[in-house]
Design a protein around this ligand. Structure first.
Ligand SMILES: Cc1cc2nc3c(=O)[nH]c(=O)nc-3n(C[C@H](O)[C@H](O)[C@H](O)COP(=O)(O)O)c2cc1C
Length: 170
């Protein structure tokens, strides 16, 4: 059996937490990804990290996310694996950035052939759940089986540990 990859995007720094702007030492999606790793210790982890980081400030980050999305950008990412051939299951997670995943996640996805892979998508958000993210990955990851996703309220990520455990076992 092939291995499991946990590929995720997440940003520490200022974020919207229940309507307040709070400086988070660690991003919400990263916390969720680490829980998955706790339950699947053999899994590899890859953080999808743009070469040009998203701004720390919430306002600037939002403005950049908006421009990236309107231009349908594919920001370059750091240390991207050459191939994902050794993996048969990919846990794919990120924050909801204006109704879909951050554009850098699409840069990652478009590098590979997804035929025969299983994707387990998760997202952290402040109310919009997956938005269009599932439609977008379905379009890009042709041939993959996309399993039921897990939507996590970012501000409550620690309370979701038990649901993450159940979802992994589904
Ligand atoms: C640029 C930006 C855009 C966002 N857009 C949305 C949105 O449209 N809907 C939503 O529910 N949450 C939105 N959020 C909130 C994030 O999805 C949420 O805080 C998430 O947990 C952040 O994940 P991270 O800490 O792993 O980066 C946005 C946050 C940022 C920074």
């Amino acid at each position: 059996m092939g291995k499991t990859l946990i590929a995720y995007f997440s940003k520490a720094g200022e974020n919207n937490v229940n309507g307040d702007i709070i400086n988070l030492p660690k991003g919400n999606t990263e916390i969720a990804a680490e829980y998955i790793k706790e339950f699947i210790p053999d899994a590899d982890m890859f953080k999808i990290d743009p070469v040009e980081p998203m701004p720390e400030s919430y306002e600037d980050c939002f403005a950049k996310a908006k421009v990236d999305q309107s231009a349908n950008m594919r920001p370059e990412i750091k240390n991207c694996p050459e191939s994902i051939d050794e993996y048969d299951t990919v846990y794919l997670g990120g924050p909801n950035y204006i109704e879909t995943y951050p554009m850098a996640m699409f840069t990652f996805l478009e590098k590979f052939n997804w035929e025969g892979k299983t994707i387990k998508p998760f997202i952290t958000h402040e109310g919009s759940s997956f938005g269009r993210a599932i439609d977008d990955i379905t379009e890009i990851c042709k041939g993959a089986e996309i399993k039921e996703g897990l939507s996590i309220h970012g501000a409550d990520v620690r309370g979701f540990k038990i649901y993450i455990k159940r979802w992994i076992r589904q």
